[in-house]
Design a protein around this ligand. Structure first.
Ligand code: FAD
Length: 468
């Protein structure tokens, strides 16, 4: 980026907003995706952005957007950089707009249970602010402490307590978004509308390609009166899927329902793993009477299906470790390529996808682990979260093996009739398979939206939308 462009941007928005310090640029070259970390270690790392803009208010975002549009400069939104699908890869001609300084609570309306945060507020800070009032968000991604509320919207995130409280689309009440035109779009503060399509959905999962989310209003909850745990051993994954389906289709909603295959049970709960058994852990929350009734019914359903109770200490262990952020570097420097891939499918298809994806991963040369767990349960289906680890021997093979593992899981999911992305988004890593999911008309719709909202294709180019 030319120095004159940086100078002009500084003049437009204020010198203190535009940063060119080496370490700031260096730390924002990419998100947390494994492949970007591997590329760094192997000397192919992403370039630094031309400069970093750190706006503190919406008006400054508008100025930055207008400047980039008028000067043909690509603009890459950045929350807290915890994305895992290469939704952020900087380039030296781009301005990276780092939203982390837009970190205030705008409004806390306890009467209506509505709270508005600026987009850069850290998830754990948002929850802590609510807890002081006896409130909770109900949206708890594992990355709570390293991700922003704007990033959650942009990636269409999903939290660990989603079965009862829903995913981001269920807890977001309203949005403020700066469009590529520089206009500020705000949703109407109403609990429901029949005023045409829900326009906030355009930005849920838009991954920085259609606008910049500047504020998010959440519909929050009172802290539940009671929390209790239960766990069951499962003869196999299919038995567990049946158990979860019965529980949820009978109207029970433990916020946390997680089912680990035998391999993950051994890895995560070595003290309580039982032979080839899989494991289901659940957290029940709500009014004490509801929790007691739910636990009693879940136990009866489990016994009817031939499942045995497991010690609740497995749930206590999960709860303690639930927000642990793994460092991939220690694996990568030992020549181990690892990643996780989440998908979803209806109940009739999930067992087949589980088996074909794990089998296909198992055929990768030098594979050390191919396993899965489910973590989000719905009346009509469930997600799966695959984990692979391979040790190719020749470190030059780590990158090809990474892409091969992704291809295998994507192809098994598509062939099995599932959805390729449950909650991490598309980014660059999944983009080659989006057409298989949306079809040509669906991709055409996305492209038409992009062309209309961002005709110069300045917003986060190369991400999400095929052909962008
Ligand atoms: C250990 C770990 C655990 C995780 N657990 C979960 C989980 O449980 N559930 C889950 O859903 N995800 C999870 N993730 C993925 C990640 O945390 C989420 O995708 C998160 O929503 C990203 O937020 P961020 O602020 O870090 O965004 P970033 O990584 O900075 O950006 C992600 C994408 O959103 C765009 N973007 C960011 N902010 C804005 C904005 N204000 N306006 C427009 N576009 C924007 C970026 O351009 C990029 O495309 C996990 C990640 C890690 C590393």
């Amino acid at each position: 980026m030319k120095q004159s462009t940086i100078d002009n941007l500084r003049q437009a928005v204020g010198a203190d907003i535009i940063i060119t310090e080496d370490h700031i640029l260096e730390e924002r070259r990419h998100d947390y995706s494994v492949i970007s970390q591997l590329d760094d270690l192997q000397g192919r790392g992403a370039a630094r952005p031309g400069c970093v803009a750190q706006p503190r208010k919406t008006a400054e975002v508008v100025t930055i957007v207008n400047f980039c549009r008028e000067n043909g400069v690509p603009l890459i939104p950045f929350g807290l950089g915890s994305g895992v699908v290469s939704g952020v890869i900087a380039n030296p001609e781009a301005v990276l707009i780092d939203m982390s300084q837009m970190n205030r609570i705008r409004k806390m309306d306890v009467h209506n249970l509505l709270v508005t945060f600026e987009a850069g507020v850290r998830g754990s800070d948002a929850e802590a602010a609510l807890n002081k009032q006896g409130l909770i968000l109900g949206h708890y991604p594992q990355s709570m402490a390293v991700s922003s509320v704007g990033g959650w919207v942009a990636t269409r995130a999903c939290g660990q307590f989603s079965t009862a409280y829903g995913s981001i689309e269920d807890v977001v009440f309203g949005l403020e978004v700066v469009l590529p035109s520089g206009e500020v779009f705000e949703t109407c503060p109403t609990p429901r509308a029949s005023s045409g399509p829900d326009l906030k959905e355009l930005f849920l999962g838009s991954e920085g390609t259609l606008g910049i989310v500047t504020a998010v209003t959440f519909s929050v909850r009172w802290k539940p009166e009671k929390q209790a745990y239960s766990a069951f051993y499962l003869a196999d994954m299919d038995r567990g899927f049946e158990l979860q389906r019965h529980i949820i289709q009978h109207g029970w909603e433990p916020p946390v329902m997680r089912q680990y295959d035998a391999s993950e049970t051994k890895r995560n709960f070595p003290d309580h793993a039982r032979g080839a058994d899989a494991l289901l852990i659940m957290i029940h929350e709500g009014p004490a009477g509801k929790v007691a009734a739910e636990m009693k019914e879940c136990l009866e359903i489990a016994i009817d299906l031939g499942c045995e109770e497991a010690p609740v200490s497995v749930v206590e262990k999960w709860f303690e470790d639930r927000n642990h952020v793994p460092t991939f570097e220690e694996f990568l420097t030992q020549g181990i390529i690892v990643d996780t891939i989440e998908i979803a499918a209806t109940w009739d298809k999930i067992g087949g996808i589980y088996r074909s994806a794990v089998t296909s991963l198992g055929e990768v040369e030098n594979i050390a682990n191919a396993s899965a767990h489910s973590s989000h349960c719905y009346r009509s289906g469930i997600n799966l979260y695959f984990t692979f680890a391979a040790i190719p021997g020749d470190s030059r093979q780590m990158s090809p093996v990474y892409y091969d593992c992704w291809r295998r899981v994507m192809e098994a999911t598509i062939a099995g009739g599932g959805g390729i992305a449950h909650h991490h988004g598309i980014g660059r890593v999944r983009r080659p398979w989006l057409t298989a999911e949306l079809g040509n008309p669906g991709v055409g719709l996305l492209q038409a939206l992009k062309k209309t909202l961002d005709p110069l294709q300045m917003m986060n180019p190369g991400v999400l939308i095929p052909g962008d």
